[in-house]
Design a protein around this ligand. Structure first.
Ligand SMILES: Nc1ncnc2c1ncn2[C@@H]1O[C@H](COP(=O)(O)OP(=O)(O)OP(=O)(O)O)[C@@H](O)[C@H]1O
Ligand SMILES: [Mg+2]
Length: 259
């Protein structure tokens, strides 16, 4: 399918275990998709497969109708960016330089205007001049979001496929809300297409258009938040005692742990 990212029957074994087991899916333009599932379900591995950093043993991933493995590395890097679960840098790079690293696939000397725009958009301008290595975990996460968006920046904003692995794990409430609102706004404009791994199911319910639930390498449930965030489904696949009610204002499910 053109102008979509498709995975067909992906399979991957690592350490003698089947980590991804027959996953097929389609990510569509302008969509915000959340990937959820218990620890070790294969979310980070699937993200690596979908973004072309890992090759499947069986099956294939195609972007705009072309297998990821056939894309020239530079062209692929201008179409998709990945924000990993953790990114540590050993050297004392200033925040601006880390954001500017995102421009590497464009082969020009770092465009200061883009770095400035993306830092303003992500609220990282307040971190300007600081050393990345000296930032708190949450501050580093915000800078990594800026770097990923800088990588996809074309003219006035980011365009293409953005994969994020637990981008809110170190963020406070305000920055969780800011990050997810920003991703939602950008996807609704139609130029950015997002696949985000989230452990907080209430964040997924509030902001995702579609949720994919992975368990032991298989996609076991998918659909709109109302279709996936249900007491029986979450209890079954997470083995946790939960109750699902309605969010008081947003018209989406809201999940509670039973104490
Ligand atoms: N290179 C590897 N060698 C051995 N095992 C691996 C390898 N890569 C992944 N695994 C295993 O595959 C499983 C899935 O790992 P993955 O990191 O994708 O899980 P996850 O869903 O992202 O988990 P979490 O929520 O904890 O981040 C884990 O059990 C992990 O140990
Ligand atoms: Mg992970």
């Amino acid at each position: 399918m053109d102008n979509a990212l498709t995975a067909n029957a992906l399979r991957l074994t690592a350490g003698g275990r089947r980590v991804i087991d027959g996953v097929s899916l389609t990510l569509r333009p302008g969509e915000m998709v959340a990937l959820i599932g218990p620890n070790g379900a294969g979310k980070s591995t699937l993200l690596r497969l979908l973004s072309g950093f890992l090759s499947p043993e069986q099956g294939s991933c195609e972007l705009n109708g072309q297998p990821l493995g056939q894309w020239p590395a530079g062209a692929l890097s201008r179409q998709r960016a990945v924000m990993l679960q953790q990114t540590q840098l050993r050297f004392h790079w200033p925040v601006e330089e880390v954001v500017a690293m995102g421009r590497a696939p464009w082969g020009k000397s770092a465009e200061r205007e883009i770095t400035r725009s993306v830092m303003a958009l992500t609220g990282c301008d307040a971190l300007s001049g600081r050393s990345y290595a000296a930032l708190s975990g949450g501050e580093q996460q915000r800078v990594q979001l800026a770097r990923s968006l800088a990588q996809l920046w074309v003219d006035e904003g980011p365009q293409g496929w953005l994969f994020l692995d637990e981008p809110t794990s170190a963020l406070d409430l305000y920055h969780q809300q800011q990050l997810l609102r920003l991703l939602k706004t950008l996807t609704q404009r139609g130029n950015l297409h997002v696949c985000v791994v989230l452990h907080d199911l209430n964040l997924a319910a509030l902001w995702a258009d579609r949720i994919l639930l992975l368990h032991q390498g298989r996609l076991v449930a998918q659909g709109a938040p109302q279709e996936v965030i249900q007491t029986e489904i979450i209890t079954k696949w997470y083995n946790a005692e939960v109750l699902v009610d309605n969010h008081p204002t947003a018209g989406v499910p809201h999940l509670f742990l039973v104490g």
